[in-house]
Design a protein around this ligand. Sequence first.
Ligand SMILES: [Fe+2]
Length: 177
Amino acid sequence: MAEIVIRNTNERISGEENVRQFLNSQEVVYEHWNMDKLPQELQEQFSLSDDDKKRILDIFDEEIRDLAARRGYKIWDVITLSESTPNLEELLQKFEEVHTHTEDEIRAIVGGKGIFIIKGAEDVGYFNVELEPGDVISVPENTPHFFTLMDNKQIVAVRLFIEANGWIATPVPNPGL
Ligand SMILES: [Fe+2]
């Protein structure tokens, strides 16, 4: 279950209903997939073959197509990051720059953990969304944000896109983080 930390006040929001209510108030989509569907050998497995990735997409095909039908996504894939990812530190450095996209950034966490840092409404400022398997989150288009891993430095996520180039990152100068 996701948890929120408001960065200005250190206030932590937990509990499904509170988290959902807060994220909805910031126009962030927040849903869940049932991770019990994932066979044991694919749980907490961070070096995935192309076949493993395809299996994950097949297992969650219904959830993916449901999201796609509701929100217009056309293409999807699986990404994994872990300490065995070449150039992980370099990649993370790039990820950790505040940026925007012209389409929303939706991720379904299938393994590991990650954090989205998102710019909320004026009275809220930036907040962290700590994600775990089963959490599905969408950062709204044109909203400053960045992503990073947690201490275990491992994640598997399904990404969905409307257009292949919709995910191009535009850096935010003076993000006020
Ligand atoms: Fe992004």
